[in-house]
Design a protein around this ligand. Structure first.
Ligand SMILES: Cc1cc2nc3c(=O)[nH]c(=O)nc-3n(C[C@H](O)[C@H](O)[C@H](O)COP(=O)(O)OP(=O)(O)OC[C@H]3O[C@@H](n4cnc5c(N)ncnc54)[C@H](O)[C@@H]3O)c2cc1C
Length: 393
């Protein structure tokens, strides 16, 4: 066992951790170390064949001089990049970005993080110990996959969350019921259907909401610029507020909360619609119970109908609750002020435990829905770097 030290440890090498490193490393005199497998959530927990829902302008990782944008990567990769951005290409872009800004990422997992005098102690998966004055937690949403209780009694072979799958072709020839109505549900349905599964989608809402229904509103400049911010998160006008977290957080909490719901309500990209023409989508229905039956599952809906299926795929999203980051020490967790599972963060995305910062989805309660998307990496990394450079001078 060895003990190594750094000024700042970033846990997580996804879009937020890598962007944070890109902004922190140029600060003179700071030693920044990044842990985690670069882009692993995108590489292992999203389905092959997926296309990014976020627009080109909203899919850039952030570096201070904007040298490593998607445009720059497009040039580097001989123009082999189109919009919507295919998942596989986005992963390659993230890995290229990583090689440019943090070629020395330490891929080891952090298994324990605790507070010690004058900083933090990280235990790594191989037992090595790391000490750091500050820690930036950028470990994403994988720990927050939400599984509704109705499905708790089913064995794991009969029910799974979308985050558990990389390759949906294992369901070819099977009858699969998808629960959910967001991008993940609808895109999984399209991919499953195209790989030969017999799919149906159960949607609690009375209709499926399609994004970009009127594509010209988003693409016809300058009208598009007037209505939507480049990241295109949320409906017209609100989109501009979402893009400016410093303004967003000044509004009364009740408004912030209701806008947050509106900005990220379940919806599918319009380009999926045609791919789902022959997939049955039952709207206004929810699952009452699901039980094992004849090697599969028997699902009962709230209209009394029963449906035998081979597998249930939960596209039920993610619910942020940092207590589910199982590497956080219980004492450390207790000293973080939280609301509904989100840490309350100050301007430098710092928690109530000085020196401990959170980026990505956990920052959404304090800075709004932008933090749930790649488009928020620029804002988060700049604020973090600004606040740290002030205190380290
Ligand atoms: C199906 C799906 C589609 C999506 N599509 C889009 C989209 O089109 N556009 C968009 O903007 N957003 C999209 N999102 C949201 C997307 O997940 C986030 O925008 C993005 O991943 C946030 O980046 P992050 O760095 O916070 O987290 P992540 O990308 O999850 O990165 C977290 C990193 O932390 C590492 N890590 C975790 N735990 C540890 C540990 N204990 N020790 C060390 N390392 C650790 C992981 O290896 C990982 O590399 C999508 C999400 C899903 C589920």
């Amino acid at each position: 066992m060895s003990i190594t030290k750094s000024d700042i440890a970033i846990i997580g090498a996804g879009p937020y951790g890598l962007s944070a490193a890109a902004h922190l490393r140029p600060i003179p005199g700071l030693d920044v170390h990044v842990f985690g497998e670069p882009m692993s959530f995108w590489e292992r927990h999203m389905p092959t064949g997926m296309l990014l829902r976020s627009p080109w302008e909203g899919s850039n990782l952030s570096d201070p001089k904007r040298r490593f944008t998607l445009d720059a990567y497009k040039v580097f990769s001989d123009n082999h990049l189109s919009s919507p951005v295919p998942l596989e290409r986005f992963v390659k872009y993230g890995q290229w970005f990583q090689r440019q800004v943090v070629p020395d990422v330490d891929p080891r997992k952090v298994t324990h993080l605790e507070k010690v005098s004058r900083g933090f102690q990280l235990t790594l998966e191989d037992g090595d110990i790391w000490r750091s004055r500050r820690v930036v937690v950028a470990t994403g949403i994988a720990s927050f996959a939400w599984r509704p209780p109705e499905f708790a009694k089913l064995p794991r072979g009969l029910v799974s969350h979308t985050s558990e799958h990389r390759n949906l072709s294992c369901f070819a020839g099977k009858k699969v019921m998808i629960i959910g109505s967001g991008q993940s549900a609808l895109e999984s349905a399209a991919l499953l259907h195209e790989s030969g599964a017999d799919v149906e989608v159960i949607v609690r809402m009375h209709m499926v909401r399609w994004l970009w229904r009127y594509a010209w509103l988003h693409t016809c400049k300058p009208l598009a610029r007037l209505l939507y911010a480049p990241s295109d998160i949320g409906p017209a006008a609100l989109s501009h507020l979402v893009e400016r977290p410093d303004w967003y957080r000044r509004f009364p909490r009740c408004l912030q909360d209701s806008w947050a719901v509106i900005a990220i309500r379940p919806a599918g990209a319009a380009w999926l619609k045609q791919r789902l023409d022959s997939v049955p989508i039952r709207t206004g229905r929810s699952v009452v119970s699901a039980a094992p039956s004849n090697g599969g599952a028997l699902v009962k809906l709230d209209d009394g109908s029963t449906h035998p299926v081979d597998h249930i795929l939960l596209a039920t999203g993610y619910r942020v609750d940092v207590s589910r980051y199982n590497f956080l020490d219980i004492q450390l967790l207790r000293s973080i002020r939280r609301v509904n599972g989100f840490p309350c963060l100050s301007r430098g995305l710092e928690s109530s435990l000085p020196g401990l910062h959170f980026l990505g989805a956990p920052a959404a309660w304090s800075f709004g829905p932008l933090m749930r998307f790649v488009a928020g990496t620029g804002f988060a990394a700049q604020r973090l770097a600004r606040s740290i450079s002030r205190t380290s001078n």
